[in-house]
Design a protein around this ligand. Structure first.
Ligand code: GUN
Length: 284
């Protein structure tokens, strides 16, 4: 059984990015906006900023209080859109409850050229229209990281049956498209899917993004399959686990991604790659 080690691959990607920007006079600049004090978001933001600094990017962390008004947040985005030192902007989600109804509207205010999350309809549209996965266009970070790690471990995708559990705009839908571009036959399953186990047991590649701790058990996976766990859940005892019951499932797999240390670091690595892509688009 192979462990898909995202932590190590992230380090390799960082090293490569560091080399690519070493000679550049103007450094790529990343701005991360965090509204409120969600503890998980605080950790993710810290991680993104530290990784950016490790590469040698310029980084800017903008922390706004929990009760920040929509107007104040809009103002912060507009300022960053105009800031020539900043090439990538991301707003850490989730937003506090009073801003949730405006999430889409707020994200759409980010200059598409600086949209390193690839949430803007213009970037999502461009991404959707590609027939192959390219390294030089912005793509959603988690799906991009998943394809990258499968390739790193020489996991065959073409002709395989892939099942994605989850249909979010950030993970489920775009990863299904990317797998399809890699010539897999893809099924998207979700909360209303009947007979889920029958479908997942046919998967050569199973991508799990449901947000339910330890949801996938060994009865749900095919022997010799590749299982990719996108979940990050904190149990009441403080332990962080994925959507897959790793210990229960691992011996049935050809390869499996752990949590932590699997897709989480790959998402950050992809964000760092997206920043260089956005920078190159803006400076050339
Ligand atoms: N919150 C959870 N995942 C993400 C992500 O990929 N981007 C942003 N901005 N927030 C998130």
């Amino acid at each position: 059984m192979i462990i898909l080690d995202g932590k190590t691959l992230k380090e390799k990607i960082i090293k490569n990015l560091k080399m690519k920007i070493e000679q550049k006079k103007i450094k790529p600049g990343l701005a991360v906006i965090l509204v409120g004090d969600n503890p998980a978001s605080q950790i993710y933001v810290k991680n993104k900023v530290l990784t950016a600094e490790k590469i040698g990017y310029l980084s800017k962390k903008i922390i706004l209080s929990e009760n920040t008004s929509k107007e104040k947040l809009v103002e912060a985005i507009k300022k960053l859109n105009k800031d020539s030192q900043i090439h990538g902007i991301l707003i850490q989600l989730p937003l506090p409850s009073h801003l949730k109804p405006y999430e889409k509207e707020i994200n759409n205010l980010i200059d598409p050229k600086k949209d390193v999350d690839c949430f803007h309809p213009e970037n999502m549209g461009r991404f959707f229209l590609e027939k192959k996965n390219h390294d030089d266009i912005l793509a959603p970070c988690t799906p991009k990281g998943i394809i990258r790690i499968l390739k790193e471990y020489d996991i065959e995708i073409a002709g395989k049956k892939a099942v994605v559990i989850g249909r979010s705009n950030i993970v489920g839908k775009p990863v299904a498209l990317m797998l399809c571009n890699e010539e897999a036959t893809v099924t998207i399953a979700h909360s209303q899917t009947k007979n889920l186990e029958k479908i997942t047991r046919e998967a050569d590649i199973l991508i799990v993004a449901v947000g339910k701790p330890l949801f996938v058990k060994k009865e749900m996976v095919k022997r010799g399959s590749v299982v990719v766990d996108v979940g990050i859940n904190r149990l009441p005892n403080g332990k962080v686990v994925g959507d897959v019951d790793f210990e229960n499932v691992k011996d049935k797999c050809l390869a499996i991604s752990p949590v932590p240390g699997g897709i989480g670091p790959m998402t950050v690595a992809s964000l760092m790659e997206n920043l260089l892509i956005a920078y190159n688009h803006q400076l050339t």
